[in-house]
Every structure is written in structure tokens, then in C-alpha cells.
Ligand binder design. Structure first.
Ligand code: AOF
Ligand code: ZN
Length: 361
């Protein structure tokens, strides 16, 4: 039976898992706490793919874990991946109870870890603080269940809903604080998606400028006709820069590869990159969380085809006027009955701006 005490220790395990927020990709963020007789005897979290899983980290330096309860934010794995199965380590250590927050959506595990522990005579409980555990790894879960990333679009706008002046000038609408918050969003993301027009207009770096150890997100540019200039600064930055294109131009492709881009040819639909093919491709590339930072054309297409799982919108206390640019290009939308409806999930103040989080209905 689960109890208030189980929730208390699971909350600690979730806090530990969050320490891996910027580094575990493509693996999930996982935390583990070992408790015996009301005392925490070990704790650990997964830091990096290829390194110890949370359970193994928690068991490290614990000479005797016999009879302990292990609180883990994800079902302990039962398979040999880059590292050996955590179930075996827990069984060998002699823990008598395992409390998991959720089942591992990885088809290589999905329940078989919990089963293995039970067969070994360990008491197993699953589902404690499940909602919090799900929120930790929405990208990993999405990729495991749907073979595509969790898609979050970040937008910055004025009080009157404009994202740039008519000229395209957009630096800066939001406050320093909001822009620092965006860098944390970038650091949490596996990849950042933008369109070629944004690159041509802004030559963005699309990297995460935050302190500490972070895995830089993969930069992905949708460039239907292969218009990327070889001088684009992102190619020179650490980490991967990908161009997805419909064009077949070996010479241009070679020149872009020479300066550091990876170029992939994907199917076209109605004269544009097929977004289904893009999402499938990003899933294959093990992208868990995709952050869209794009203009109104790509955002319109993504909204129109229902690809976005979450919108993060920063609203600044300024007015750009009705000549300014809107957020979504949706030419097919003519009647109120067709309006796109979202659900408000969170509101908070960041500097002088409002950070609004929405999900599709
Ligand atoms: C756990 N504890 O801390 C993590 C788990 O290739 P590997 O060995 O790194 O295994 C990756 C898979 O293991 C990953 O896809 C997920 O199913 C599980 N992650 N499991 O028991 C952990 N990070
Ligand atoms: Zn494991």
C-alpha cells in the first residue's frame, strides 16, 4: 500500500531527477532514493546517457542496502542497454520494496522491470506521484509511444499580439529575464526547429546560453529549396546543425557540409517539407523535446496540422501597432467557427513580461 511517506520520498527522488534536466538526452531524467528505517541511506540520479542509471548511482557507496525501500521516478530497467539492468542491481543489493512513479514507456522495458522485481520476491508499487513523473519526461514518453518528439513552440509578442515590426525587426520585444528563461528552455530541449527565413533574417545562434553543464540542443532548419548561406554562424558553433530540404543539389549540399552542416533530403508536400516526414525523422534522431523558434509561416503550418503539444508565449508590455507582424500565418482561417482554440495551463510573471503556457484542446 502506498502512503504519505511514499509520496514524501518520491518527491525527493523527483527533485533529484530534475538535476539531470539539461544532460540526460536521449535518456529520461530519473532519480532514486534508498530509505531504511526512516533514514535516507542513498540517493542518485541519471546524469548522462552511457553513465550509471539513477538506481545504480543511489546504490553506490551504500555498503548494505538489505531491506531498504528504493523510490524511483521510473520503473527500473530490465534490459541490457548502454548499461546493465537496474533490476538486477536492486535484487542483488537485497532491497525489499520498490516504489516507482510510473512504468517505463520504453518497449524494451514497459512492465517487465516491475515483473522481474516481483518474481524476485520484492514488494512493488507503481504510480506514486505519477503526474509529476510524467511531466519530467514528456519528450522521452512521446518518442517512446509515438516515435516523434514532444513539440513546444516558444513565441514572443507585444500586448497587441505582434511578434515583429512590418520590416521584420523584432529585437527585442521581451525583457532580459524572459530571454534568459528562453535559454533555459533551449537547454532543456533536445533540438530547436526553425525555418530558413528566420535564418536569412536573423542569422541566429540557436544555442543555450546558460551556466553549468548542458548538452547543447541540435539545431534543425527547414530549408525546402536549400537557400542556407554557407556563412551562417550556427554551423560554426559546438553541436549539430541539421538542414532538412526537399532540394537535390549536390554541389550546394557539399558546400554546406564542408562548413559543418548535416544535410538531409526529405519528402515534399504541396511544395513544402512534409511535416509528418520531419517529425518521423526527428524521432529517428532520438529527439525527445523539440523547441520551435520560428516565424509565422512555420508556426502557422505546425498549428494547422496540429503538431504542437505546448505553446510558451511571452507577452511584453509594449504595443507594436497594427502594421506589425502576427504570430501565425493561417490563410485558410476565415470564420470564427474555424478559430484555433487553446487551453491555458499556466501564467507567471518573468521580469515585466507574462509567461503563458497553453496546450491544444
Ligand atoms: C532506469 N534508471 O536512471 C534510467 C532508465 O542505454 P541505457 O543503458 O542508458 O538505457 C536507456 C534506457 O533505460 C532508457 O531508454 C529507459 O528505458 C531506461 N532509463 N532506467 O531504470 C534510469 N535513465
Ligand atoms: Zn536502469
Amino acid at each position: 500500500m502506498s502512503s504519505v511517506r511514499d509520496a514524501f520520498y518520491m518527491a525527493q527522488a523527483i527533485s533529484l531527477a530534475k538535476k539531470g534536466r539539461y544532460t540526460t538526452d536521449p535518456n529520461p531524467r530519473v532519480g532514486c532514493v534508498l530509505v531504511r528505517d526512516g533514514e535516507v541511506i542513498g540517493q542518485g540520479w541519471h546524469v548522462k546517457a552511457g553513465q550509471g542509471h539513477a538506481e545504480v548511482e543511489a546504490l553506490k557507496n551504500v555498503p548494505d542496502a538489505k531491506g531498504a525501500t528504493a523510490y524511483v521516478t521510473l520503473e527500473p530497467c530490465s534490459h541490457q542497454g548502454r548499461t546493465p539492468p537496474c533490476c538486477d542491481a536492486l535484487i542483488k543489493a537485497g532491497v525489499s520494496r520498490v516504489v516507482a512513479a510510473m512504468q517505463d514507456p520504453n518497449p524494451q522495458v514497459s512492465g517487465s522491470g516491475l515483473k522481474k522485481l516481483k518474481v524476485a520476491g520484492i514488494e512493488v508499487i507503481c504510480g506514486v506521484l505519477q503526474e509529476d513523473a510524467l511531466a519530467l519526461n514528456r519528450g522521452f514518453i512521446k518518442r517512446m509511444t509515438d516515435s516523434r518528439p514532444f513539440v513546444r513552440s516558444k513565441l514572443a509578442m507585444s500586448l497587441d499580439g505582434r511578434t515583429a515590426m512590418a520590416s521584420g525587426e523584432s529585437k527585442w520585444i521581451t525583457s532580459n529575464e524572459a530571454r534568459a528563461d528562453v535559454h533555459r528552455l533551449r537547454a532543456e530541449s533536445s533540438a530547436i526547429l526553425t525555418g530558413i527565413n528566420t535564418v536569412l533574417a536573423d542569422d541566429p545562434a540557436l544555442n543555450a546560453r546558460v551556466d553549468g553543464d548542458v548538452l547543447q540542443p541540435v539545431r534543425v532548419v527547414l530549408d525546402t529549396h536549400l537557400n542556407m548561406p554557407v556563412t551562417a554562424q550556427m554551423a560554426k558553433l559546438p553541436g549539430r546543425s541539421l538542414i532538412l530540404t526537399c532540394a537535390q543539389d549536390e554541389q550546394k549540399q557539399g558546400a554546406l557540409q564542408q562548413v559543418g552542416f548535416e544535410v538531409y533530403q526529405l519528402p515534399c508536400k504541396n511544395g513544402r517539407l512534409d511535416l509528418q516526414a520531419v517529425m518521423d525523422f526527428l524521432g529517428q534522431q532520438q529527439i525527445n523535446e523539440l523547441l520551435v523558434e520560428a516565424g509565422s509561416v512555420l508556426n502557422g503550418a505546425l498549428l494547422d496540422e496540429d503538431w504542437v503539444d505546448e505553446y510558451v508565449i511571452y507577452m511584453a508590455p509594449c504595443i507594436l501597432g497594427d502594421q506589425g507582424r502576427g504570430l501565425f500565418n493561417l490563410p485558410g482561417l476565415q470564420q470564427m467557427a474555424d478559430k484555433k482554440q487553446l487551453k491555458l495551463r499556466d501564467v507567471r510573471q518573468v521580469g515585466q513580461d507574462l509567461k503563458l503556457t497553453y496546450t491544444p484542446l
